[in-house]
Ligand binder design. Structure first.
Ligand code: NCD
Ligand code: ZN
Length: 348
């Protein structure tokens, strides 16, 4: 139900999330569990979540960190390496332990060193996934240092993705955290076999935000924000009603001191403000009637899961600025805080 000042809709899910581990996990999980029903949990821990046994253990740690009575469900992913055992992947899928497999090109982003260098080496795993209908989630950037950082997504699409789809005609793919008009065009032309997540931050900042009056480490994430024309293409795709596009925050907490550093970490922590940001974008684009499909329907449909039965309400209000989150050792985590938000999630 939508009135001028409230929106009540099916509870959203987050189809791309970093929950981390240990003290960070305990500090951040409530921000996601408060708003989202389920989340696809990224496996880029140190060491990465490669096997079914590791995914079971990680899921237990997540469940133990959840507040009492939380209805939140983590959907686990396996980190694809060149040594991944196809039968372990099949078993993890069959038993319901893992929902998807994540492909990081080696060196593309935070904790991706064990990722894939040679696509030939993972052919056997991909063939099994094709057969059992398990989605492959891709960090779509080349790592070739000769390629300009702003071109790495577009080059990945042209160099690898077209071929991957041709060689694995049954494989379902999610192109994660898309940031370019090239990615939007590719997904639109793939006929439903390829889904795409879009983050809140890539809908509201472009690459100028990284250098507004000085260097802005809290706007640094990967894939890096691109030119304005790409941001506009993402807003159009997200609000278009095309079911291939769905919510994935890529909320990726790092401590303030590891971001404000000589070599600062990539990742934006947006879990607390994500739903308000998406809602504002859809309102500004005159597309509030399509918000629920993007946040709560298209994702489950792509993954073959039912949409959530429970609901969430957003109210028109100027939300208070979110304070930094604080870890037990008193390190802080900065929350992504867009200006001009006119919505907040009502307390449930
Ligand atoms: C993510 C992280 O910190 O784990 N960082 C980021 O900038 N998005 C990794 C990723 O999704 O690329
Ligand atoms: Zn991510």
């Amino acid at each position: 139900m939508t009135t001028a000042d409230t929106i009540t809709m099916r509870r959203p899910d987050d189809w791309h999330l970093h929950l981390r581990d240990g003290a960070m996990l305990k500090t951040v999980i409530d921000d996601t569990a408060r708003h989202f029903g389920r989340a696809i949990v990224m496996p880029n821990l140190v060491p990465p979540v490669v096997t079914m046994a590791q995914a079971i253990a990680y899921r237990r740690r997540i469940e133990a960190a959840l507040p009492d009575g939380s209805g939140f469900t983590p959907l686990m992913t396996l980190y694809l390496t060149e040594n991944t055992d196809p039968s372990d992947v099949a078993e993890a899928h069959k038993s319901g332990t893992a929902t998807a497999v994540k492909l990081y090109p080696a060196g593309a982003t935070t904790n991706s060193d064990s990722g894939v260098r040679d696509f030939e080496a993972v052919r056997g795993v991909l063939e099994v996934m094709e057969k059992i209908g398990m989605p492959l989630l891709i960090h779509g950037e080349v790592t070739d240092p000769d390629i300009d950082i702003f071109d790495r997504e577009a080059v990945f699409i042209h160099r690898h993705l077209t071929r991957l789809l041709r060689e694995h005609p049954g494989l379902r793919i999610v192109l994660e955290h898309t940031t370019t008009e090239d990615a939007v065009a590719f997904v639109e032309s793939a006929g439903g076999r390829v889904g795409a997540t879009i983050t809140p931050h890539h809908l509201v900042i472009n690459r100028n935000a990284l250098f507004a009056g000085g260097i802005r480490p809290h706007h640094f994430c990967l894939p890096i924000a691109k030119r304005e024309k790409h941001r506009l293409a993402l807003r159009k795709a997200a609000t278009s009603g095309n079911p291939a596009f769905f919510l994935g925050t890529d909320s990726a907490p790092h401590t303030i001191h590891t971001k404000e550093a000589e070599c600062g970490c990539a990742g934006i922590y947006n879990a607390p403000t994500a739903m308000a940001t998406y809602t504002q974008v859809f309102e500004d684009e005159g597309a509030l009637d399509r918000l629920e499909a993007f946040t709560s329907i298209n994702g489950p449909k792509f993954y073959g899961l039912p949409a959530n039965e429970s609901e969430i309400t957003l109210v028109r209000d100027t939300p208070a600025e979110e304070a930094d989150r604080t870890l037990p050792d008193s390190a802080g985590v900065r929350v992504f805080q867009p200006s001009n938000l006119n919505w907040r999630v009502a307390d449930s």
